[in-house]
Design a protein. Structure first.
Length: 91
């Protein structure tokens, strides 16, 4: 777990994208899947999955739903992560 940011430190969009990617990667590892396995289950190329883990946030709800299934989480949990990181789309 990362140390908490001081209250005065702004959370930049880039940081939020990395946070989203790190959470996806942590969950994938927690359930014991490789990036290739998770990508296959989500109907994605491994390179697409790795891009998400590097900070790309898909805007397509269908893509997010398939990723949630591959991560064995509910779609509303995935949607909450996206919501928390939504400022990353505003770059």
């Amino acid at each position: 777990m990362s140390p908490a940011l001081p209250p005065s430190a702004p959370v930049l969009p880039q940081s939020r994208r990395r946070l989203f990617g790190a959470m996806v990667q942590d969950r994938r590892r927690m359930i014991g899947r490789t990036a290739e396995q998770a990508a296959w289950l989500a109907g994605m190329e491994a390179s697409e999955w790795l891009a998400v883990e590097a900070g790309y946030i898909p805007a397509d709800p269908a893509r997010l739903r398939s990723m949630a299934a591959a991560l064995e989480i509910r779609f509303d949990q995935m949607a909450l992560l996206v919501y928390l990181c939504q400022e990353a789309w505003q770059l």
